[in-house]
Design a protein around this ligand. Structure first.
Ligand code: M6R
Length: 607
């Protein structure tokens, strides 16, 4: 949420900043700006709109070898030119970009205004520029260190001063900040994608840390001036992974990557000899795992739907009582941490504020919390007590797709591990293991049906409302299908357990409201078919996601999207992929910006 980039070096900073912002645009895209320094003078260019709009107004001859940039997802103040970052103090000598929320900004603003500071925007962020200015006595780093303890809330900040050419000061509290080390150049950004064209050497800042960079190096310290030595980490992602690679959109690329990303999630984690999952990062001994009497999975959005599938599976297959909860609710309910409960937080980005704060609250109460994350080096994996990286590669489209199937893969392996340590026989474990291993091939089969899915999507995309209905393991998948459709096509869609519609939602059924039924070949199939008949009787249009080779659905459904027959537990994977494609093709047909849908941002780092 909001992207920050900073550069000090020998290149023209405006080009590096614009390129970095383009790569960060998925974090927020309502307005953007840069501030470039040259010879004791700062020049700011900013506007409402996307990076392409910003690029069109940045003078080609804008000189300066250091600067800061920002792409915004508005929290305080409407989307307009003035509220775009960077923000400056009254003199224009200090310029800042900020990611996060300053909770006490109105108190600080009042005080600064009474001291004569004049504000130009409605943002909480501008207060930082004026505060730093009020504390500046010739040393920007010192002023930021004095300002930081006065700011309540979350921030990742980059700050420059006209009188200190070539220097950027960064500060982190709750919003990610990473610095990149190049040859005679240094970078600062809210995530590594902004700097990957230039360097693979990264240093991740922790909360409370302040960094000073210039073209030749960096120093890290805290607000008390205590020097902090940081580890330099290598960024493993390849540049082509953050490019579209011939696809028209990132979302399509990421959907079609799933055979590969699921394979990566299971690589080296299938132990055939003892028919179990092998997850090295859990940091738990066998006896600790055996003592687990309850599993609680905490997440939000798509990751929450993965948590729901996993809770169902852990309970039915591993026979461990398990629940999924929304992280935003966990944090504020004064959660009970039971003895012998194991907690998971699941987050693609590893930065989602609701999930991060829920994790910290659980840890404060003594819980052991493991993370299931994608972004290596992000905050949740660094602060959790262990966990599993899903290795999906960068997920750039705002709508999460490949991360979901990779999260499921990791959670299925965990379920297998827990089940095998308990009652599950070698033979039954082997069957599950083989099923998991067959996933990449089965997902590829589903993807080969993309044209048929597109035809169905084009037939239905003019409808304004949809219901998505599934049961058992596929009930969360119905929720996920509805979420995908609404977030990228702006069509209203709701997901329910197919059994629940008769308790209310069936009142919505008419010829205008199609229902997408998930009908896997499992033990609840007949029950789902009964719900389909109830909808049919009320003249509701039905699209069925069903297994090839059963004539009975033909009579009820208006359209059928076929998926291959598989082991029951695999249907969440085989059902979600067509739903991702259905949402995608509807959105494209309606002319939506699928990668950057309105009002959204990829990584939600504010509450
Ligand atoms: O990075 P996280 O997995 O923690 O993100 C959670 C949600 O913000 C995310 O899944 C969101 O709902 C997506 N836009 C769904 O496609």
């Amino acid at each position: 949420m909001c992207g920050i980039v900073g550069y000090c070096g020998v290149k023209q900073a405006s080009e590096v900043l614009l390129e970095g912002l383009k790569r960060l645009e998925y974090r927020g895209y309502d307005s953007a700006g840069i501030c470039v320094g040259e010879g004791g003078c700062l020049t700011t260019v900013k506007c409402k709109g996307k990076i392409r709009e910003l690029r069109s107004i940045v003078p080609v001859d804008l000189k300066g070898t250091y600067g800061i940039g920002h792409t915004r997802w508005a929290t305080h103040g409407e989307v307009n030119d003035q509220n775009a970052h960077p923000h400056s103090d009254c003199s224009g000598n200090i310029s800042i970009v900020h990611n996060g929320i300053i909770e006490n900004y109105s108190v600080l603003k009042e005080k600064l205004q009474s001291d004569g500071h004049v504000f130009k925007s409605d943002t909480d962020s501008e207060v930082i520029a004026h505060l730093v200015s009020s504390l500046y006595t010739g040393d920007l780093e010192k002023a930021v260190k004095l300002a930081a303890p006065l700011l309540k809330g979350t921030y990742g900040i980059a700050c420059v001063h006209a009188d200190e050419p070539g220097v950027i000061i960064g500060a982190r509290n709750g919003s990610p900040l990473v610095l990149g080390i190049g040859n005679d150049e240094m970078f600062l950004a809210s995530d590594v994608t902004a700097m990957m064209s230039y360097t693979r050497q990264a240093v991740y800042l922790e909360d409370g840390e302040i960094v000073r960079i210039d073209a030749h190096g960096y120093t890290t310290s805290d607000v008390t001036d205590r020097a902090i030595t940081k580890k330099i980490e290598h960024i493993d992602w390849e540049l082509q992974e953050i490019e579209k690679g011939g696809f028209p959109t990132y979302m399509e690329k990421e959907i079609f990557e799933q055979p590969l990303s699921v394979e990566r999630a299971m690589k080296g984690r299938l132990d055939k000899e003892i028919a179990t999952g092998h997850l090295g990062g859990l940091n738990m001994t066998s006896s600790e795992l055996l003592n687990v009497e309850r599993v609680k999975l905490v997440a939000t959005g798509t990751s929450y739907h993965a948590a729901m599938v996993a809770a169902y599976l852990l309970e039915t297959v591993a026979r461990i009582p398990s629940t999924a909860e929304l992280s935003s609710e966990v944090r504020y309910k004064n959660p009970v941490v039971e003895r012998n409960a194991l907690h998971f937080v699941i987050s693609q980005s590893g930065e989602t504020a609701d999930t991060l704060y829920a994790m910290r609250e659980l840890q404060r109460k003594g819980a052991r919390v493991l993370g299931i994350c994608n972004v290596v080096g992000s905050t949740i994996p660094r602060e959790s007590d262990g966990g599993v990286y899903i290795h999906s590669g960068p997920e750039i489209a705002v709508a999460s797709t490949k991360a979901f199937t990779s999260q499921l893969t990791a959670l299925y392996l965990f379920t297998l591990l827990m089940a095998r340590m308990r009652h599950l026989s070698f033979e039954a474990g082997s069957r599950i293991l083989e099923a998991i291993e067959s996933l990449p091939g089965l997902i590829a089969q589903v993807l080969s049906n993309a044209d048929a899915i597109k035809t169905v999507a084009h037939k239905y995309c003019a409808h304004g409302n949809f219901l998505f209905l599934g049961r058992g393991l596929n009930y969360p998948v119905a929720l996920e299908g509805a979420l995908k459709l609404k977030e990228i096509s702006y069509i209203h869609a709701e997901g329910y357990s197919a059994a629940e519609i008769k308790h209310g939602p069936i009142a919505l059924i008419n010829e205008e409201t199609p229902s997408m039924f998930l009908v896997p070949d499992d033990r609840l199939r007949d029950k789902v078919i009964t719900s389909m008949k109830e909808v049919k009787a009320r003249k509701g249009k039905i699209i069925a996601l069903a297994v090839n080779g059963h004539g009975d659905i033909d009579e009820i459904a208006d359209d059928i999207i076929y998926v291959p027959k598989a082991n029951d537990i695999l249907y969440p994977f085989l059902m979600v992929v067509p739903l991702q494609l259905f949402a995608y093709y509807c959105a494209r047909k309606l002319g939506r910006d699928v990668d950057q849908p309105r009002n959204l941002a990829k990584s939600v780092t504010v509450e």
